[in-house]
Every structure is written in structure tokens, then in C-alpha cells.
Design a protein around this ligand. Structure first.
Ligand code: OGA
Ligand code: NI
Length: 370
């Protein structure tokens, strides 16, 4: 591919580099008062026309009330919740949990702290701006996949690897340090509860996923989607599936997240205090296709107020002895043969880090064709 667009003299790589080296992020561009976005943010017409396709109906992803199962031994009630979680993970791949036991004050403080990080003056944030810590530590950047994706998206992110090796807490920016540590703890408790329910939904022992270390690798990402002056030309986050086991997502009240359901894109309306859970590719594979890892995306933010979301991607820390993973043997039978082949850790990591987030996921690659 030519670096320079011969017809227009547009040097995309040069523009990308200048933006990256300025370390100002899209928040900086937005705050500078620009009225048109740089060309490398503009998405192709196919993507943009699909954005006009959003559902205007009032559907929302399933909402699951966990109040009856936290600290309760009511088994009949638990079975009902297991059914709800199973159904949601099978048909939507996404659901919202409420009454999950995390105090609203912790939720509000987390959102506030991540917003405060992104609201800091450019000079303060710039010292965290980098790309080389993608697989560990703390990194603040605009578009993790800036140089890999075809078009950039209108968000900046602060990323921290919370496990399996304990993070050096002092590496976190002071303005959100305590809140990030507290959020990791709270969200991990919720993830443990949800993983138990997901296990039971598959007929496995409740503690199976924990035992398989599915709670141990955790990447926390605090996204900021600032006001975009041309929201019809770009996206907040490109359509993708998450690679890991599950994702726990906390968002503020500014909407934008959409989930693919059948042929429709459904808006995820923020529910105060609610946490969004979604299945990743890894869970779809090891559940042999029972649970679905579903495409989702975020619209470019047209509101003057920034949209803030804090996601934690949960993933396994220990691969099996032979270094492979695949559909769990407990779930397979002659009636239900494996629909995916086993894959190695290397395939898993390379698939995610070698390209923009929008390209084909691992799932397609390892599907057994018959
Ligand atoms: C992600 C993601 C959605 C959001 O980070 O993988 O899908 O609302 N984020 O920020
Ligand atoms: Ni995602």
C-alpha cells in the first residue's frame, strides 16, 4: 500500500504520527474547539451507513436482579437467576445486572475518578501517554489500535493490567489510584458471582471457572468519549467482539453503546447503578457455542458531556499443561461434538494484537467446518 495517496497528496501515516506524538488524544482535539475532525478518523461509507441502521425500538438488553442470590441460600430463587443468566448469555451475549452488592458510592466514585483523569490538563496526562505497555502495566493512549486499524475512533483510554501479577499501585495516576484499585476489587466480586451463575447454567460446578483461573488476568480500561463535532463521520468504538472470558462494563449516563441482536443494533440504555456483562470469544469457544460473544460498538458522542466507561476484561491466567484450550470436555458428547478446535495461547494473543479490533475474530478461524 502506498504511504501517500497519490491523487490527493494525503499522507495518512504522517498525520497519524503527528496526532500520536502530540499526545493530546481526542479529548485534546475536542477541547481545542475544532469543528471538523482529522481525515484519519473518517470511516468508510459502508460503516457509516450501517450506523444509520440503529434500532429505534425500545428494546434493551436483559436486566437481571441479583438481590436474591447475594448472601442468600434460597435455592429455588438461585435456579431462576441461573436460567435468566443462561438465557441472556445464549441469546444476547449481553445483560445488565442490578442489585449486585456494590454500593452506588463506589460506582459513582469510580466514574468520577476516571473522568477526572481525562479532564486533567494535557501536560499532566502526557507523561502517561504511551503505546509500549500494551501487555502489562499502565498506559494512557488514544486508540490502542491506532496504527493497525483502517480508521481511528473517537475515544481515549487509560489501561491498567490489574492481574495476574499485582499491579505496582504507584504506577497508577494519583487522581484515580485508589478508585481504580477499589473498582478492580468490586468488579471482580461481581464477576465471580456471574461466573458461578454461568457455570451452573452449563451444568458445571459453580467454582469451575474460578478454578480454571478465569478471574485472574484482568485488564481495566477507563475510556473517555468526548464530544465529537462530526459524529456522523466517525465512531466512538469500532464494532468488535471482546476476546476474553467475560467483560464487566460500568458506564456513566451518556448513551452510545450498541449491541448487535439478530440484524439489529440495540441501544444499551444506561441504568443507574447497573453493570453490563458480556461474554467474550474465549467463553463462546470453551462453552462450545452455548454462550455468545456478540458484536458491539459505541457511537461517536454528540453530547457536550463526555461519555465515560470503565471496562474490566477477565481472562484466564493459566493455560492447560499442553498450552492449549478449547471446548470444555465436560460439555461434549456424541450429540454435542466440539464445534471448535483447540487453540494455543499464542494464536489467541496474536489474533488480538496483530490487527485492528474490527477484523474477524478467533472464533471464525477455529470453527470446525463440516
Ligand atoms: C470495549 C468496549 C464499550 C464502551 O472496550 O471493548 O466495548 O462502552 N467498550 O466503552
Ligand atoms: Ni468491547
Amino acid at each position: 500500500m502506498a504511504a501517500m495517496d497519490a491523487t490527493s497528496g494525503y499522507d495518512r501515516m504522517k498525520e497519524l504520527k503527528e496526532f500520536d506524538e502530540s499526545k493530546m488524544g481526542v479529548k485534546g482535539l475536542s477541547d481545542s474547539g475544532i469543528t471538523s475532525i482529522p481525515r484519519f478518523f473518517v470511516h468508510p461509507p459502508e460503516t457509516l451507513s450501517d450506523f444509520k441502521n440503529s434500532s429505534s425500538t425500545c428494546t434493551n438488553i436483559p436486566i437481571i436482579d441479583l438481590s436474591g442470590i447475594i448472601n442468600s441460600k434460597d435455592n429455588d430463587h438461585r435456579l431462576k437467576i441461573v436460567e435468566q443468566v443462561k438465557e441472556a448469555a445464549k441469546t444476547w451475549g449481553f445483560f445488565q445486572v442490578i442489585n449486585h452488592g456494590v454500593p452506588i458510592s463506589v460506582i459513582d466514585e469510580t466514574i468520577h475518578a476516571i473522568k477526572a483523569f481525562h479532564d486533567q490538563p494535557h501536560e499532566v496526562k502526557a507523561k502517561y501517554y504511551k503505546r509500549e505497555n500494551e501487555l502489562g502495566g499502565v498506559m494512557y493512549t488514544s486508540n490502542n489500535d491506532l496504527y493497525r486499524a483502517k480508521s481511528a475512533a473517537w475515544h481515549d483510554s487509560l489501561q491498567a493490567w490489574m492481574g495476574p501479577e499485582p499491579l505496582k499501585v504507584a504506577d497508577l495516576p494519583e487522581i484515580c489510584r485508589n478508585e481504580v484499585v477499589a473498582w478492580d476489587k468490586s468488579a471482580t466480586e461481581v464477576a465471580e458471582t456471574v461466573m458461578e451463575l454461568l457455570c451452573e447454567g452449563l451444568g458445571l460446578e459453580a467454582g469451575k471457572f474460578k478454578e480454571l483461573t478465569f478471574l485472574d488476568t484482568r485488564v481495566l480500561v477507563g475510556h473517555c468519549y468526548p464530544y465529537c463535532p462530526q459524529p456522523d463521520l466517525t465512531v466512538g468504538i469500532t464494532s468488535h467482539t471482546d476476546p476474553g472470558v467475560i467483560t464487566v462494563l460500568l458506564q456513566n449516563h451518556v448513551p452510545g453503546l450498541q449491541v448487535k441482536h439478530g440484524d439489529e443494533w440495540v441501544n444499551v440504555r444506561p441504568v443507574p447503578g447497573g453493570l453490563i456483562i458480556n461474554a467474550g470469544d474465549f467463553l463462546q469457544i470453551i462453552s462450545n457455542g452455548e454462550y455468545k460473544s456478540v458484536q458491539h460498538r459505541v457511537l461517536a458522542n454528540s453530547s457536550k458531556e463526555a461519555r465515560i466507561s470503565i471496562v474490566i476484561f477477565f481472562n484466564l491466567a493459566k493455560w492447560k499443561g499442553d498450552g492449549y484450550h478449547g471446548p470444555l470436555p465436560e460439555l461434549l458428547s456424541s450429540e454435542k461434538p466440539a464445534i471448535y478446535r483447540n487453540f494455543s495461547r499464542q494464536e489467541f494473543v496474536e489474533n488480538f494484537y496483530s490487527k485492528g479490533i474490527d477484523t474477524k475474530s478467533l472464533i471464525e478461524k477455529i470453527k470446525i467446518q463440516n
